[in-house]
Ligand binder design. Structure first.
Ligand code: NAP
Ligand code: GDD
Length: 357
């Protein structure tokens, strides 16, 4: 009998890679998909088309709808639950804080309650975040205090603490991953890496004039999403549940990410001015390629993230396989291909995504 996995947030970046990873390990994979007025299964359509329903299927539900969660968990009786669902955009969490906190914190509690009330013995993965470290200076590891700087991060800290409580109070098996930023061609278009790689492709093809960004000095430890879903799975293969930081151990500023992207795409980018008037200019033509815009700054910022994943390396045998320059190359190549196909009027087939598993 193959193992059964339930993934909340299966339509997101990580959910789609994780589903592929588990299917390759012969799991039966089930997902929870929330209702949307437009199609929201673009990242998993190729799986829906390729697998029989007993191998891959999804159910309509919402992590804030207790009844739907209970019904789905009861029907599937999963061996492993990967809880990834969240309103995951930090800037947006300042704009819709109550909704974000509800999804991130209460949604997790609702799932834990569903498992507890059903008395289900399964392993649970909770998607914690390096954003929980907030203003704690780098490097950050499992012992670094949480000092959250956004409603999203506060929700993740609350959910993380609820996981600890349910583990101790009810002996529910819950592992928490504290994952640093991880990116891919499937990353949502409004996260900074994808915003930059998509923009460079569009600028090169003449579809977009320039790119507007916020804080260029923020630093992030950026890894490659498919490497990170393997760490999630490894956490659930351990005998005892634990917390693990998952990171590359390398940090770059947003400015450095943009430089690497424009360099790889063949531009010679130079910076002029400072603060809100800073510009990234094409050295050959003098044309501005990047400008700073106040609307992309956050009311509070997590300035610097750099993870120490020594525990994951030692206990899980996990290592990131994809370095910074390789990540840039993968993302720019995918966006170039995608934008070119769009421009040519070719239907964008998820081949772009599939080739970057
Ligand atoms: P993502 O692309 O934004 O995906 C989020 C998923 O959650 C989507 O499937 C979304 O559905 C779903 N969702 C949102 N609200 C929901 C609700 N009320 N009920 C059911 N599903 C809901 O995020 P990701 O990058 O894959 O990240 C996965 C998880 O890891 C998230 O919890 C995120 O906070 C966390 N995390 C991510 C990173 C990172 O760098 N990517 C780092 C640390 C932690 P729709 O598709 O319909 O919107
Ligand atoms: N999104 C965005 N857009 N960010 C910008 C921009 C812009 O135009 N300009 C500068 N930034 C800066 C942000 O201020 C932030 O410091 C950094 O780029 C990264 O922003 P995001 O890519 O939006 O990611 P994040 O770090 O806020 O959050 C992501 O990583 C967390 C883990 O640390 C999300 O995936 C979270 O869900 C995840 O928990």
């Amino acid at each position: 009998m193959s193992k059964k996995a339930l993934i909340t947030g299966i339509t997101g970046q990580d959910g789609s890679y994780l589903a592929e990873f588990l299917l390759n390990k012969n799991y039966s994979v089930f997902g929870i998909v929330r209702r949307s007025s437009s199609f929201n299964t673009g990242r998993i359509d190729h799986l829906i088309e390729s697998y029989p329903l007993d191998k891959f299927d999804f159910y309509r539900g919402d992590v804030n709808d207790a009844n739907s969660l209970i019904e789905i968990v009861k029907r599937i009786e999963p061996d492993e639950i990967y809880h990834l669902a969240a309103q995951s955009h930090v800037k947006v969490s300042f704009e819709i804080p109550v909704f974000t906190f509800d999804t991130v914190a209460t949604g997790t509690l609702t799932l834990l309650e569903a498992v507890r009330s059903l008395g289900l013995r399964c392993k649970i993965y909770f998607a914690g975040s390096s954003e929980m470290f907030g203003s704690s200076p780098p490097p950050q590891n499992e012992d670094t205090p949480f000092k959250p700087r956004s409603p999203y991060a506060a929700g993740k800290v609350a959910a993380y603490q609820l996981c600890d409580i349910y583990r101790e109070a009810y002996a529910i098996w819950i592992a928490c991953g504290i994952l640093f930023n991880h990116e891919s061609p499937r990353r949502g278009e409004t996260f900074v890496t994808r915003k930059i790689t998509r923009a460079v492709a569009r600028i090169q093809l003449g579809i977009q004039d320039r790119l507007y960004l916020g804080n260029l000095n923020a630093r992030r430890d950026w890894g490659y999403a498919p490497d990170y879903v393997e760490a999630m799975w490894l956490m659930l293969q351990q005998h005892e549940p634990d917390h693990y930081v998952v990171a590359t151990g390398e940090t770059h500023s947003v400015r450095e990410f943009a430089e690497a992207v424009f360099r790889y795409a063949g531009f010679d980018l130079v910076w002029e001015g400072e603060g809100l008037t800073e510009k990234g200019v094409d050295a050959r033509t003098g044309k501005p390629l990047i400008e700073v815009h106040s609307s992309y700054f956050r009311p509070l910022e997590t300035e610097s993230l750099l993870g120490n994943a020594a525990k994951a390396r030692k206990r899980l045998g996990w290592e990131p396989k994809t370095g910074f320059e390789e990540l840039v190359k993968i993302m720019v190549d995918a966006d170039m291909k995608r934008e070119r196909m769009l421009l040519e009027g070719t239907k964008v087939f998820d081949e772009v995504w599939r080739t970057h598993i």
